[in-house]
Ligand binder design. Structure first.
Ligand code: MET
Ligand SMILES: [Zn+2]
Length: 767
């Protein structure tokens, strides 16, 4: 029979139990045992859910208290000395690597002060992993045996699982050399690392695991020959090793075709590929599946929320069955379901028609089972009929088409995406208007989202706080933030974004064509979860979305207040997009909506407007080539459509985080000032790349994902380093992202130190 498989299930819990537990532990509210208990319960719950749904192959080790790649770093002892030296309990070392740790000395413990490791986007998703960081002194060994423990935990519940672990080549390739070992190529450590993997696999086998899923997601990237060779060598070697479980080699988020030579003929028991993202690879990958190998067909989308089309999927899987036979085909999710919300049943407020078109992780589990049954020949007619009816209802739904939006899209021309004058002339007009000092200071927009803010917002949403009272509350928050910024003497102020639950959701809720959930949380990083809105139809902006708050903020101060918007690409990327229209069209629709907003802000007297595009980088197609080149062009055009309606003297800012961005791509946005993540970059070449960037640039100076407070001296030395390869006259001073996840105390201190450092250089350079 054709089996069903789920590559991983969201670990956050149906009601964000994981967030509450981890944050409770960090704040000292619960003990480590209580934390572990929550983890254990969540795992049990997820396994049972899948078991009850009838899934044949259920993953274990898909759980993590922070990030599964960080788990691996700790498991294989890839723990830089700056963390190891404190000899903290392993779980605390783990969290310190993930989020930094700053702790005063107590009677029983020494002071700790260490920054977090770099965090990077997981492929083209909005999930972030903690980057494995290797050095010459890295000594691989097994620290504990998390995958084994979790396998045994499931086994004790009577559930046989398939442990999942990211493979050694991806682990190394996705990592980087630590600052003390910049000459180290992580991949050169492969031979030293492999014995630790083998030891782990043997332990899993001894515990009773018959099969493991090893992910090499890098197979969907452009891989240099040496990396391809490493894949080949690794799995050849594992194939020769006796006493290991069977291995399914898995990849997702794209096509593996360019790396096919590296995987062809490998002695593994099966392959898993993503046919949602890359159906076109089918014939060629099916051709390399050997006579005794299994093909796991990823056909239920692990990255989006649309209901699966059973007929289409079954037809697809049947191609594999025809070729390989029922026993050598598995129906699977395309990737882990980590990237989808937990359960559609938790949505009580969704429009019922729309709800009928969606499928979250729990529903996807059931979908995999139905498709597997269907292609096995079981009678699932009722499910098929209901599915077909729903799929055709969506295609004809009135939620989808808006002819006004469609004709606006048709009318887009080059003029619409071009500012009146080129940057040098705009700059002159802006300098004349603003007279900003050298090293102007600003923030990225949000200020701490305090408990008070969340409580009031919840009351407002529930209706226990009237719109007038809520507005009054928001205004008082804005005033607090404005006074604070004046007090510490920042140059360009922001209103602090207290009214925004999330930078995309807030706009999504005001844009027609969007649906949003009340409980559709997805992990973004650590304990930060987001609730991506869902694009269901053509998009437009019925009314101004942000003007009121910006205008109020500006009315409170003589300093310039920057208006804050989320850009079209980020609105698109951090939503669940439509799957019936291409992404460019959706981005352009958003760009037109935002253009209306930018123009309204300007008309209301806002002279600096920031349009954030933190997702610009993650939208980049994973491989080089025509698709990627075209993305760079249309994504930049979308940004310019949004921002080109303003006068020369209106200053357009943009912001990116975690960005290994192509400077030419940034240049094509033609923003007057951009701020970019920099606090965790140690590579001097990275700054050099931007020294030719024509417009102005703020290199994010401190890591807002960590509660750690950098000292003034630290800021000064950082700026000094940057000034070696970046000119003072284009230099803006800012944190590397918004401060919404931080507390007030660390925010006050960090920003004060940052402004002091800017003034230090201002004096130095104006003497
Ligand atoms: C993830 S980028 C965040 C930008 C936004 N303006 C903020 O400050 O929160
Ligand atoms: Zn950011």
């Amino acid at each position: 029979m054709v089996q069903s498989a789920v590559l991983g299930f969201p670990r956050i819990g149906p009601n964000r139990e994981l967030k509450k537990a981890t944050e409770g532990y960090w704040n000292g509210k619960i003990t480590v045992d209580e934390l572990f208990k929550v983890g254990k319960d969540l795992r049990a719950q997820n396994w049972k859910l899948q078991k009850d749904a009838g899934v044949d192959i259920i993953a274990s080790n898909d759980f993590s208290f922070y990030d599964q790649i960080l788990d691996l770093s700790v498991l294989f002892n890839v723990i830089p000395e700056r963390y190891a030296k404190y000899e903290l309990p392993l779980i605390d070392t783990f969290f310190a690597m993930g989020r930094g740790l700053q702790r005063k000395a107590t009677e029983t413990s020494n002071a700790v002060d260490v920054t977090a490791l770099e965090m990077v986007k997981w492929f083209d998703s909005n999930y972030h992993y903690v980057r494995p960081t290797f050095s010459h002194s890295t000594a691989f060994k097994l620290n504990g045996q998390k995958p084994v423990d979790e396998f045994l935990e499931a086994k004790a519940l009577g559930i046989q699982t398939r442990p999942v672990v990211v493979g050694p080549v991806s682990f190394l390739h996705l990592g980087k050399a630590d600052k003390d070992s910049l000459d180290l190529a992580p991949l050169s450590l492969l031979e030293k690392l492999l014995p630790a993997y083998i030891e782990l696999l043997k332990k899993l086998a001894a515990a009773g695991a018959t099969e493991v899923q090893i992910d090499e997601p890098i197979l969907v990237l452009d891989l240099p020959q040496n990396v391809q060779d490493a894949i080949k060598a690794t799995y050849t070697k594992l194939g020769q090793e006796a006493g290991l479980p069977k291995i399914t080699l898995a990849s997702y988020f794209g096509t593996v075709l360019p790396n096919l030579a590296a995987i062809k003929g490998l002695p593994v028991s099966g392959f898993h590929f993503d046919f949602v993202r890359a159906p076109e690879q089918f014939e060629e990958v099916a051709a390399i599946v050997g006579d005794d190998q299994v093909l796991s067909v990823g056909i239920v989308d692990g990255r989006n929320i649309w209901k699966n089309d059973f007929k289409k999927s079954s037809d697809f899987v049947n191609k594999a069955v025809a070729k390989l036979g029922k026993d050598r085909v598995v129906v699977a999710t395309s990737s882990s379901l980590l990237h989808t919300p937990v359960d559609l049943e938790n949505e009580s407020k969704l429009n019922p028609e729309l709800k009928g078109y969606f499928s979250f992780a729990t529903q996807k589990v059931a979908e995999v089972v139905v498709i597997a049954k269907n292609v096995s020949g079981a009678d699932v007619k009722a499910a098929l009929d209901a599915n077909a009816a729903s799929i055709s209802a969506r295609a004809n739904s009135t939620f989808i088409n808006d002819s006004t939006v469609q004709s606006r899209i048709k009318a887009i021309d080059a003029k619409l995406s071009t500012r009146q004058a080129p940057f040098p002339q705009r700059l002159n007009e802006q300098v004349e208007q603003f007279h900003f000092p050298l090293f102007p200071t600003t923030t990225i927009g949000s200020f701490p989202q305090t408990k008070d803010i969340r409580i009031n917002r919840n009351k407002f949403v529930k209706g226990t706080l009237s719109p007038e009272e809520y507005e009054k509350f928001i205004n008082s928050e804005i005033e607090k933030v404005i006074r604070f910024q004046e007090e510490i003497d920042l140059d360009v102020l922001v209103h602090g974004e207290p009214e925004r639950n999330d930078m995309v959701q807030y706009f999504g809720e005001q844009i027609k064509g969007y649906a949003f959930t009340t409980n559709g949380w997805v992990q973004s990083y650590g304990s930060r979860y987001v609730r991506p809105p869902i694009i269901v139809g053509d998009l437009s902006r019925p009314e101004a979305m942000s003007v009121k708050e910006s205008v109020y903020a500006q009315s409170l101060t003589k300093k310039v207040v920057k208006g804050m918007l989320t850009g079209p690409i980020t609105c698109l990327r951090w939503s669940f997009p439509r799957d019936d229209v291409d992404q460019k069209t959706q981005a352009f629709q958003l760009a037109l909506a935002l253009r209306d907003e930018v123009n309204d802000l300007e008309a209301a007297g806002i002279r600096v407007i920031q349009v954030d595009e933190p997702a610009l980088r993650e939208g980049l197609p994973l491989r080089s080539g025509a698709e990627r080149d075209s993305y760079k062009v249309w994504s930049a055009e979308a940004f310019r459509i949004a921002t080109s309606g303003v006068a020369n003297k209106t200053q357009i800012h943009s912001h990116f985080c975690y960005s290994d961005l192509d400077p030419n791509h940034i240049k094509a946005l033609d923003a007057d000032v951009v701020s970019i993540e920099f606090s965790k970059k140690d590579d001097p070449n990275y700054i050099a790349e931007f020294s030719n960037y024509p417009n102005h640039l703020g290199l994010g100076l401190f890591d807002i994902h960590s509660p750690r407070v950098p000292s003034t001296e630290e800021f000064i030395s950082k700026i000094d380093t940057i000034l070696k390869s970046y000119p003072a006259e284009k230099f803006w001073v800012n944190p590397d992202c918004g401060l919404k996840t931080r507390g007030w105390e660390e925010t006050r201190l960090s920003l004060t130190h940052m402004v002091e450092a800017a003034k230090h250089f201002r004096n130095k350079y104006t003497k």
